[in-house]
Design a protein around this ligand. Structure first.
Ligand code: TXA
Ligand code: MG
Length: 328
């Protein structure tokens, strides 16, 4: 299929273009769209066939369920049996934004979205283009990250195009995703909510509101967040997470194809990929930089592993996944 690449300014949205993209979704097409976390690969959540095409386009395992994206809190009622009080509070506090809630699903939600689970993941993005697209489509949009499964999630439309050219109908370019890491996934079906994937809504922020949250066990035999058991966030180059990047770069002799990803203040003489000044800019750039390392022929990437405070928890989670747990 021919992939149409279209641009819009997120602060001055071309509504004609949004109407066209929404029409494409309604007619069963696949549309890549920007969100504040990463770009998503969307289809009508209630169209069994088009959701199936998402799995084909990404090469995604069928037992890995998708997030249904909504444009307002009321739309959640199309998807879930009931919204527990705690979930309602979280929605009011953090939506639109990078928080996905796992809730008991309605039987009418297609199995292809939930991978047959009796729960469904729901999220309301804050990104203006995502919001307008869902609103115009008048249906929840099922969307995983818009990358080929296993590779780093895309934070620019150009990276989506590289992965999915010819596999989707449309790509909407609205610039780089500001957060850069996928949403926090929180399981609300347990007595104490469980963080299945850390993100920009941090454990501290959730504890503030809920009092108590737990971290999920990612390595159990039947993972509750099925996506976590697959290879993830992996560039072609080997990734090694480094706790003390300063002493490491001061003593190691780095070769021509060894890259370093760290804060600006830790700059090395060659093959340095700048993560900016703090963990927020590191989060915004991590996936982008992993892809740029591949582009410039790097074979090994030494990436700074920050402490787990704030969004550091999410950074650590992605770095440990992309390094396959290799830490020095
Ligand atoms: O920020 C994000 O969440 C992005 C943007 C596009 O919204 N989306 C995203 O989707 O990261 P995806 O499919 O790449 O990751 C969704 C994660 C997967 O790990 C999946 O297994 C988990 O959410 N998930 C989805 N439905 C679930 C369910 N019913 N129970 C437990 N985990 C679920
Ligand atoms: Mg993904």
């Amino acid at each position: 299929m021919l992939t149409e690449f279209i641009k819009t300014d997120p602060d001055n949205i071309d509504m004609e273009l949004i109407a066209r993209a929404a029409d494409c979704i309604c007619r069963g097409g696949l549309v890549v769209f920007p969100t504040e976390t990463v770009y998503g690969l969307g289809a009508d959540a209630f169209n069994f066939d088009s959701v199936g095409k998402i799995f084909q386009a990404k090469g995604r395992a069928a037992d890995n369920p998708l997030i249904a994206h909504v444009s307002d809190i009321e739309q959640v009622n199309e998807l879930v049996r009931r919204v527990p009080e705690k979930a309602r509070i979280l929605m009011e506090r953090f939506w639109g934004g990078p928080l996905t809630l796992i809730l008991e699903r309605k039987p009418t939600v297609p199995d292809v979205v939930t991978a047959g689970l009796n729960t469904v993941a729901v999220r309301m993005p804050s990104h203006s283009v995502a919001h307008e697209l869902i609103r115009a489509a008048k249906c929840p949009i099922a969307a995983p990250s818009a990358n080929i499964s296993g590779s780093p999630s895309p934070t620019t439309a150009q990276d989506c195009l590289r992965d999915l050219d010819g596999r989707v109908d449309m790509i909407i370019d609205a610039g780089a995703s500001p957060i850069g890491l996928e949403s926090t996934v929180l399981d609300m079906t347990a007595e104490v909510p469980v963080i299945l994937r850390p993100g920009a809504v941090t454990p501290e922020m959730l504890r503030d509101v809920l009092g108590d949250v737990r971290f999920g066990e990612e390595s159990s035999d039947i993972p509750k967040c099925p996506g976590m058991k697959y290879t993830h966030y992996s560039p072609a180059a080997e990734v090694i997470a480094v706790r003390d990047i300063r002493s490491f770069t001061a003593t190691a002799s780095l070769g021509d194809t060894d890259a370093v990803i760290s804060f600006s203040r830790d700059r090395t003489e060659q093959n340095f990929f700048d993560a900016g000044e703090d963990c927020a800019s590191y989060a915004a750039r991590l996936f982008y930089l992993l892809r740029r390392c591949d582009d410039s022929g790097m074979k090994r990437i030494y990436a700074y592993l920050p402490p787990s405070r704030g969004i550091g928890a999410a950074l650590r989670n992605r770095l440990l996944k992309s390094s396959g747990g290799r830490v020095i």
